[in-house]
Design a protein around this ligand. Structure first.
Ligand code: MN
Length: 388
């Protein structure tokens, strides 16, 4: 079994999601949750972007960047000023990292930089070498790697390594790659690197392939995966942390990857990021959507009562959710409701139950289905106390 490093980039790429702005204290709250999840690398922000972001990275470095804590990473474009600011922001961390980003695709060279390939090679060399004088741990990201000429990309990454980078990130910046293409790219770079160099995935979800591409990249030899909680990020976002983590864990038999993540904190982290980003998690989102462990059909409910493995591949408790949900509806009988009420540690006499059952039917008939929290609200409304 091979270990994999998870680099959570919610506080950097996640913040690039349209409409998201995390204040420094909010970033610290998210970082604290990531620590509870035992995330080994936290990319905390883009230092030169604003004083707020610089302060947030510095605060996280001070509060959480202790010796046995996570690596705290700060992003910089391949310019000296960006790099200085990034290095300064993570200086209080015992294990600070600067990530130097430089586009390598011809599209970026021609339209963004107006520079030749030789000029880009020179910039990679100079900026990484400079970064290395300010910070021991340097990650080099070849922006738009998946649309770059593979031989040129290989050359630039080798230059970055020679100048001191120890992690090479291969971003699918525009979410363009397919799983096999991405795996081929990762494998090619891994094959052209010293074995001590970490190759990292960074996949965007424009075609809905970010998680698949990340998993293919890992299978092809990447040993770091850059992911965000709830999959938030630039445009439609990045590979979702909880999906990558739970895929690797649930199918460890297949991936053969060793993960030391505390998955029990996933739901809490997801809820916090949902609240602070104001990006609502879809009901049918894998792992953290509210329907992830809810079963509605009678056939499935019957199977689950007999044995959970009939229709469930993960334990809800593994991500910090209490039990799977039974969906009660207007067709639910008195017995199902009675059972449910008893499971809340509540007893009602016949007369009380009759009255409550009528109220339940009334609410249920107006809704598509009734959730546990709806039922708990109704119970409370009727003046009963539950132990739940
Ligand atoms: Mn990105």
């Amino acid at each position: 079994m091979r270990p994999i490093l998870i680099n959570d980039i919610t506080l950097r790429d996640g913040e690039q999601a349209p409409g998201v702005n995390f204040y420094p204290e909010e970033k610290c709250r998210i970082a604290e949750q990531l620590l509870k999840m035992n995330i080994p690398i936290i990319e905390a922000g883009f230092a030169i972007a604003s004083d707020n972001d610089f302060d947030a990275i510095q605060m996280i470095s001070k509060r959480f960047g202790h010796k046995s804590g996570p690596v705290i990473c700060s992003m910089a474009r391949a310019t000296l000023r960006d790099i200085e600011r990034a290095a300064e922001s993570v200086r209080p961390a015992a294990r600070g990292r600067v990530q130097v980003v430089l586009g390598t695709s011809d599209i970026h060279l021609k339209y963004k930089f107006k520079k030749t390939r030789n000029e880009i090679k020179d910039i990679a060399h100079k900026t990484v070498r400079y970064a290395k004088t300010l910070c021991a741990d340097i990650e080099f990201a070849a922006e738009d790697a998946t649309r770059s000429d593979i031989d040129f990309l290989t050359e630039v990454t080798q230059i970055a390594v020679a100048a001191g980078a120890t992690t090479i990130e291969l971003p699918d910046t525009v979410g363009y790659a397919t799983p096999h293409e991405y795996a081929h790219l990762v494998q090619h770079i891994v094959d052209h690197m010293d074995p001590g160099i970490t190759v990292a995935t960074h996949c965007h979800n424009d075609l809905g392939l970010a998680v698949a591409n990340t998993l293919f990249g890992i299978m092809a030899g990447a040993s770091q995966a850059e992911v965000t909680i709830n999959g938030i990020g630039e445009r439609v976002g990045n590979a979702s942390a909880e999906e990558v983590i739970m895929a690797l864990k649930t199918r460890q038999d297949y991936f053969q990857i060793q993960l030391d993540i505390n998955t029990k904190e996933i739901m809490k982290t997801s809820e916090l990021v949902e609240e602070l980003s104001a990006i609502k998690v879809a009901n049918n989102k894998a792992i953290v959507g509210c329907n992830a462990f809810r079963h509605e059909s009678g056939i499935h409910q019957d199977g689950l009562i007999k044995n959970k493995s009939t229709y469930q591949i993960m334990e809800p408790e593994d991500i910090g959710v209490k039990g799977y949900g039974l969906v009660l509806g207007k067709l639910s009988g008195r017995h199902a409701l009675q059972d449910k009420i008893q499971s809340f540690g509540l007893t009602m006499n016949d007369q009380e139950f009759d009255r409550f059952y009528m109220a339940f039917k009334d609410v249920a008939s107006k809704k598509k289905f009734l959730l546990e929290e709806d039922l708990l609200k109704l119970i409370k409304k009727h003046g009963y106390e539950t132990i739940k």
